[in-house]
Design a protein. Structure first.
Ligand code: F0G
Length: 354
C-alpha cells in the first residue's frame, strides 16, 4: 500500500536523488485559519502544518533526500548539529537506512520530546558544552576529517527536499500566496522554500512569486536586526530564546536567506518570547493547532506586521508551522498550575463548572 500515500516523492522528477529511504514524509495539510482571519481581519490566512511529518517537523523532507543521498554515496555514518528537530529526524531516517547517526546538541537546551526521539531512534546523542553554532562547527570539522556525512542544511540535498514545501503550497492552494511567513534559525528553510517557488516560476508553472517573510526571536535575531537596521549581517555571540529550535546566532545559510527576502520583496521581523508564547496559545485555542514555540513565531510575526501596517490585510498569507507542539510540552506546563483534584461525584463537578 506504500505507493498510495501522498508524499513529497510525488515530485521525484524535480529531486536530485532516487527515493531510497522514506517514512512517507511531506503531503502535510494546509489549513485555512478561518477563525483567525476574523480575529485579525485578514482576508486569507493558512497554515502549512509541517508538524504532521513522520517525526513532527519539516526536517523530514530534507532527511529523506539527504539520507537517500548518503546511501547512494555509500556512506555508513551520518552526523548533524541540532537544536533538536534535525537530530530527531536524522536519527529516524538513519534507523530506517540501517546506518549510524551522531547528533550533537547544545547541553540542556533541547526540548524534551526531541531528545527522547533522538534517543529512541537509536542515534548516538552527544551533548556539547556550547550552543548550536559551536556544535555545527565541530560537525563540519568532523565531516572533513573523519569521513562522516554531514546532514545539516549546508548540505544542499537537505534544501532540495525542503523546497517541496513550496510545491505543495502551490498544489494545495492552486495559486501562489502573496506572502509566506516562517521562523528563521539556521536559515535553511526560507532559502529552500524560495528555491522551490523560483523553480516553479522558471519552469513556467506559476507566473508570480510570493514575498518571503522571515521571523526571528529577539534574543537570536542576527538576520532580522541587520535587515531592520539596514546594515551588514553580523553573527550574534550568545543567542537566547525559549524557542530553542531557533536559538542560533550564526545562521549558516544567512546569505541565501537574505537573498530570498531581498529578491522576493519580503522582510525580516523580530518577535519577543512573550509574543511567541501568546501566538502559540492563540493558534492552539482558536484553530486547534498545537505547534512548538519556534513555529508560533510565524504567527507572532504576522500579528506584529499587521499592527504596524507593514503588510496588507487584503492579501493572502501562508504561515509555515514548522514543528509539532508535543515536542516541547514543558513550555506549556511550566506556566500552568493544575487545580486541586475534586471528589469523583457529579456534585463536585457541578460546583467546578458553575
Ligand atoms: N522551526 C523549527 C521547529 C525548527 O526546528 C527550526 C530549525 C526552524 C524553525 C528554523 O529553520 O534553521 O531552516 O531556519 N531547527 C534546526 C534543528 C536548527 O537543529 O532542528 P531553519
Amino acid at each position: 500500500f506504500d505507493g498510495n500515500n501522498i508524499t513529497l516523492w510525488k515530485y521525484e522528477s524535480w529531486l536530485p536523488v532516487k527515493k531510497i529511504v522514506s517514512l512517507n514524509e511531506g503531503g502535510t495539510p494546509l489549513y485555512r485559519l478561518n477563525n483567525l482571519e476574523k480575529i485579525l481581519g485578514v482576508k486569507e490566512l493558512y497554515a502549512k502544518n509541517e508538524g504532521a511529518n513522520p517525526t513532527g517537523s519539516f526536517k523530514d523532507r530534507g532527511m529523506t533526500v539527504g539520507v537517500s543521498k548518503a546511501l547512494e554515496l555509500g556512506m555508513k555514518r551520518v552526523a548533524c548539529a541540532s537544536t533538536g528537530n534535525t537530530s530527531a529526524s536524522l536519527a529516524a531516517y538513519a534507523a530506517k537506512a540501517g546506518i549510524e547517526a551522531y547528533v550533537l546538541v547544545p547541553s540542556g537546551k533541547i526540548a524534551l520530546g526531541k531528545l527522547a526521539q533522538a534517543i529512541i531512534y537509536g542515534a548516538k546523542v552527544i551533548p556539547i558544552k556550547g550552543n548550536f553554532d559551536d556544535a555545527l562547527r565541530v560537525v563540519i570539522e568532523a565531516s572533513e576529517e573523519l569521513g562522516i556525512y554531514m546532514l545539516n542544511s549546508i548540505n544542499p540535498f537537505r534544501l532540495e527536499g525542503q523546497k517541496t514545501i513550496a510545491y505543495e503550497i502551490y498544489d494545495q492552494l492552486q495559486k501562489v500566496p502573496d506572502n509566506v511567513v516562517l521562523p528563521v534559525g539556521n536559515a535553511g528553510n526560507i532559502s529552500a522554500i524560495w528555491k522551490g517557488f523560483k523553480e516553479l516560476y522558471e519552469a513556467g508553472v506559476i507566473d508570480k512569486l510570493p514575498r518571503m517573510i522571515g521571523i526571528q526571536a529577539e534574543g537570536a535575531s542576527p538576520l532580522a536586526k541587520a535587515w531592520k537596521e539596514k546594515r551588514k549581517f553580523k553573527p550574534e555571540k550568545n543567542p537566547e530564546t525559549l524557542a530553542t529550535a531557533i536559538r542560533i546566532g550564526n545562521p549558516a545559510n544567512w546569505e541565501k536567506a537574505w537573498r530570498a527576502v531581498e529578491e522576493s520583496g519580503g522582510m525580516f521581523e523580530i518577535v519577543s518570547d512573550e509574543e511567541i508564547l501568546k501566538a502559540q496559545r492563540i493558534l492552539a485555542s482558536k484553530e486547534g493547532l498545537f505547534v512548538e514555540p519556534a513555529s508560533a513565531a510565524s504567527l507572532a510575526g504576522l500579528i506584529k506586521l499587521l499592527n504596524e501596517e507593514k503588510v496588507d490585510r487584503d492579501e493572502s498569507f501562508v504561515l509555515v508551522t514548522t514543528g509539532h507542539g508535543l515536542k516541547d510540552p514543558d513550555i506549556v506546563l511550566r506556566n500552568f498550575k493544575l487545580p486541586e483534584p475534586i471528589e469523583p461525584t457529579l456534585d463536585a463537578f457541578r460546583r467546578v463548572i458553575e
